[in-house]
Design a protein around this ligand. Structure first.
Ligand SMILES: NC(=O)c1ccc[n+]([C@@H]2O[C@H](COP(=O)([O-])OP(=O)(O)OC[C@H]3O[C@@H](n4cnc5c(N)ncnc54)[C@H](OP(=O)(O)O)[C@@H]3O)[C@@H](O)[C@H]2O)c1
Length: 234
């Protein structure tokens, strides 16, 4: 039987590249997102599509039961909204963002680790961001991603003894739809901060995610892989 992976936010961008690479590795791929209208893997029989708004915590129990047992969880869905400043952030928008970028990924780790523990096998990869390390104009985005990096460490410690490996990636700017939310000055500053003067391609983020989800030794647990082309060398 094929191993099963859930990729949240796999409809486009980095998540879509992860989904394609996991198909190449012969996984059954479950993709969660809100909009499948341009999803190129629609007709692939190894792909299951689940429409869900991950900002709605009340939708999670139904979503989780639709997904069923999985071997690998890729917590990738996320977004930012730098148009809201720290001192003028609508409460409802803050709550939605914190749900998608932090609360939901943690709840999905809680839910899917139950069957992983029984199998004594599981892989979880969280997509954080350099924003969680150095801060961000959308302060709540940075706070959520910092929380996800921290949750990665905590859950690796909680679940590692049961054969579950939990790791994280922290990319800097990548060439996806997310860039439409950055203004030109910020994009220019980003390019100036890296040595190649370009954004990452989504495949360059997806590859380490897939490695963490598959081949990575279990002794590598609780880490964050920086994917930032020297812009936050540490
Ligand atoms: N691109 C970058 O520069 C960059 C840098 C660092 C970290 N990241 C992180 O990488 C991850 C992927 O981002 P991306 O760059 O690939 O952006 P993207 O192309 O905009 O894709 C975002 C994905 O998240 C899904 N998503 C967003 N809100 C959702 C919601 N409420 N419910 C369900 N799904 C939702 C979207 O699905 P639908 O549109 O179908 O709802 C889409 O599949 C995010 O966590 C992001 O924070 C990106």
């Amino acid at each position: 039987m094929k191993k099963r992976v859930l990729v949240t936010g796999g409809t486009k961008g980095i998540g879509l590249e992860v989904a394609k690479m996991m198909l190449d590795l012969d996984y059954q791929v479950i993709v969660a997102g809100r909009n499948f209208s341009n999803f190129p893997l629609k007709d692939n029989t190894d792909v299951e599509m689940i429409e869900v708004d991950l900002s709605n915590l009340e939708a999670l129990p139904t979503f989780i039961s639709k997904v069923g047992d999985i071997d690998v969880l890729i917590n990738n869905a996320g977004y930012m909204q730098p148009k809201y400043k720290y001192d003028n952030y609508p409460e409802e928008e803050k709550e939605k963002l914190m749900n998608v970028d932090l609360h939901t990924p943690v709840e999905l780790m809680n839910a899917f680790s139950v069957s992983m523990k029984k199998k004594k096998y599981g892989r979880i990869v969280n997509t954080a961001s350099i924003a969680g390390q150095i801060g961000h104009p959308d302060v709540w985005y940075g706070i959520a991603k910092a929380g996800l990096i921290n949750a990665t460490k905590s859950y690796a410690k909680c679940l590692g003894a049961d054969g579950i490996v939990v790791n994280c990636v922290a990319p800097s700017a990548a060439e996806t739809d997310m860039q439409k939310d950055n203004d030109e000055a910020r994009k220019k500053a980003f390019k100036a901060a890296v040595v190649t003067n370009r954004f990452a391609e989504p495949e360059e983020i997806a590859k380490p995610i897939v490695w963490l989800a598959t081949e990575c030794p279990e002794y590598i647990n609780g880490i964050t892989i920086d994917i930032n082309n020297t812009s936050y060398a540490r």
